[in-house]
Design a protein around this ligand. Structure first.
Ligand code: NAD
Length: 339
């Protein structure tokens, strides 16, 4: 089988490429990535050593380019990770989120229609469901819940999900969608909560926490997400949506405190900053469909996952040192220093 993996130079895409190269060496893999600020070719250095892996630089929204790639390559399976992925950036400037996440997905779907495909898999998020109250722990998102996104990011992801399902219903395109909760692990861009806190704590810099840090996220270690995608590609029913979650709800402040404690740093580094506008209170996933159809469960516990992640950032200092300068620091100052 020949795979197209879009957005494979980003956090989850990179992890998925390594997971698949190890587990399914019989396939051929092509990664298509625009290399935005979040994409990093250095992530794929080891993948380049595999004969069955190739990298192509390009934009999923560039119709002519995408169509000619599909014509040449004759892909069997497309897994679409490519997206603008950071909520705070979508609040500053929603435009690129609509262009890539909605229109870019449409270009890929059109190419799949024209050139034929065994499966198109869309990587989506729990954020499309909106949020849950903090005081109703029994509530969790189900696949059948209405979409009620809060941010321009989640609205763009919800739009893409609807388009994917419409292409199945209208054109019979063989699609699946997975909606996953918050990922963490190696190669995550330092603007996201866990790597931000690890890097700042290692450097004994302030740890900016939104509001009172009470918002709850359901954390999943990235390889558990990769395994769930693998199962959906192998056994998932076309036209279906699958929720993926870590069964691991944590308040942001507790995540930060755990990182501080594991690194042996003082809690006084924590600074509460002005909350994100429209900040979702709580996400929690009902993963019974994944459990019942595939027997899937997340395997990596939070403490183990955090320790592995800290170890990765400790051992890969040059990776994040390259990132945390220039454009990134301007963004960081806009976000936190003046809040
Ligand atoms: P990321 O920002 O680390 O990576 C995104 C990648 O997409 C980058 O390599 C970037 O260069 C590439 N890209 C952006 N625009 C592109 C375009 N127009 N054409 C081609 N490539 C483009 O994101 P991530 O955290 O790895 O997320 C990957 C996917 O998973 C996204 O679709 C995101 O919505 C979804 N998701 C993420 C999480 C999470 O916790 N990180 C949770 C659920 C779902």
């Amino acid at each position: 089988m020949k795979y197209l993996i879009t957005g494979g130079a980003g956090f989850i895409g990179t992890n998925f490429i390594y997971y698949m190269l190890e587990k399914h060496p019989e396939n051929e893999y092509v990664c298509l990535d625009k290399l935005t600020y979040a994409g990093n070719l250095a992530n794929l250095k080891k993948a380049m050593e595999y004969k069955n892996f190739r990298f192509v630089k390009g934009d999923i929204g560039d119709r002519e380019f995408v169509f000619s790639l599909f014509e040449q390559e004759k892909f069997d399976i497309v897994v679409n990770f490519a997206a603008e992925s950071h909520v705070d950036r979508s609040i500053e400037n929603p435009g690129p989120f609509l262009t890539t996440n909605v229109l870019g997905t449409q270009v890929l779907l059109d190419a799949c229609r024209k050139y034929g495909i065994v499966r198109f898999h869309q990587i989506s998020t729990d954020e499309v469901y909106g949020d849950l109250p903090l005081d109703r722990p029994e509530l969790k998102f189900k696949e059948s819940d209405p979409l009620k996104p809060s941010s321009p990011y989640s609205a763009s992801k919800a739009s893409a999900d609807l388009l994917v399902l419409a292409y199945h219903r209208t054109y019979g395109l063989p699609v699946t969608i997975s909606r996953c909760s918050n990922n963490y692990g190696p190669y995550q861009f330092p603007e996201k909560l866990i790597p931000l806190m690890i890097i700042n704590a290692m450097n004994e810099k302030e740890l900016p926490v939104y509001g009172a840090g009470q918002n709850v996220r359901d954390w999943i270690y990235v390889t558990d997400h990769c395994e769930a995608i693998e199962l959906i590609l192998e056994k998932g029913r076309v036209g279906e949506v699958y929720n993926i979650g870590g069964n691991c709800e944590k308040r942001n402040i507790d995540v930060v405190k755990m990182i501080v404690q594991k690194l042996g740093k003082p809690e006084e580094l924590i600074r509460y900053v002005k909350d994100r506008p429209g900040h979702d209170l709580r996400y929690a996933m009902d993963i019974s469909k994944m459990r019942e159809e595939f027997g899937w469960e997340p395997k990596v516990g939070f403490e183990e996952g955090i320790e592995k992640t800290i170890e990765w950032y400790r051992s890969n200092k040059e990776w994040w040192m390259e990132i945390i300068n220039g454009e990134y620091m301007e963004y960081y100052d806009r976000m936190y220093s003046k809040r």
